[in-house]
Design a protein around this ligand. Structure first.
Ligand code: CIR
Length: 263
């Protein structure tokens, strides 16, 4: 299976309102804004150290969760950009703010739009070669998956819907790191469609560590997940495993993939 080659990541600076981002884990407390900015700086530094161009968008106080740029757009590299229709009301306006940036990279005929009653977050979309696994979650519905399939089928891509019940998004509980390796935790350890992969099972106490970024034979993972780190280090085929502290984002259910659009 051909591996993707990444050249550009889009990120967006966290805003002060980030402390009021949507969260399913209020017991972790509110994010510390200053520290979140510092962690974002480190995130950008790690990406740049891999030779990737980073397009850094300014913060937007109107949208507390807008640094999670993965959700309002999905890029099918070299083919299309799909502007999603984010499933959380307070985030839906982020799609219009993302559009001018996407228009810098794609002509209008290559930009598609998920439309109501379809709604989708990019955090639910996991590409594996020409197959797109898409989480059927609180943020992504069957109608949106149908629209997505209509956009990508003519390009020879396949879409498989995966029910998500324990996590915010599909990629909150599983990420694909190429070479047939899939990190999984919770319900995704049992998902029939995933049994064909080399499953790297992440224990419950380290479940946040399942969300890692694959980038050109390197991996960026959250700091503080030793079992995940050890498992990744034992796999052949990876050059660097970089750790980035994303603890402030964890407090509002954001992982490392959520903080960038990669293509
Ligand atoms: C939200 O609930 O929408 C944000 N607090 C977290 C979004 C995380 N995004 C992602 O997993 N792709």
């Amino acid at each position: 299976m051909k591996k993707p080659i990444y050249k550009t990541f889009i990120v967006k600076r966290p805003c002060h309102a980030l402390i009021d981002g949507i969260t399913g884990s209020p017991e972790l407390g509110k994010p510390d804004y200053e520290n979140a900015v510092k962690q974002h700086d480190e995130y950008i530094k790690a990406i740049k150290s891999l030779g990737i161009e980073v397009e850094v968008l300014p913060s937007d106080e109107r949208y507390p969760d807008s640094c999670f740029v993965e959700d309002p757009v999905i890029i099918i590299p070299g083919e299309l950009a799909i502007i999603t229709n984010p499933g959380a009301e307070s985030r839906n306006g982020e799609k219009a703010e993302m559009l001018p940036t996407i228009q810098k990279f794609f002509p209008e005929e290559k930009i598609k739009y998920i439309k109501a009653p379809g709604y989708m977050d990019g955090g639910d979309v996991m590409p594996v070669g020409d197959t797109y696994y898409i989480g059927l979650s609180d943020r992504t519905n069957a109608e949106a998956i149908k629209q997505f399939e209509e956009f990508v089928k003519p390009l020879g891509k396949k879409v498989i819907a995966i029910p998500v019940t324990q996590f915010l998004h599909l990629k909150t509980g599983t990420t694909y790191i190429e070479n047939g390796n899939l990190l999984v935790t919770g319900e995704f350890e049992q998902t029939p469609e995933f049994q064909q992969f080399n499953l790297i099972r992440v224990p419950k106490e380290e479940e946040y560590g399942v969300n890692v970024i694959y980038c050109n034979d390197n991996i960026i993972m959250p700091a503080g997940y030793p079992t995940v780190k050890k498992a990744l280090e034992s796999l052949p085929g990876y050059k660097k495993i970089l750790e980035v502290d994303s603890s402030e984002y964890k407090k509002i259910d954001g992982g490392l993939t959520c903080l960038s659009v990669r293509f």
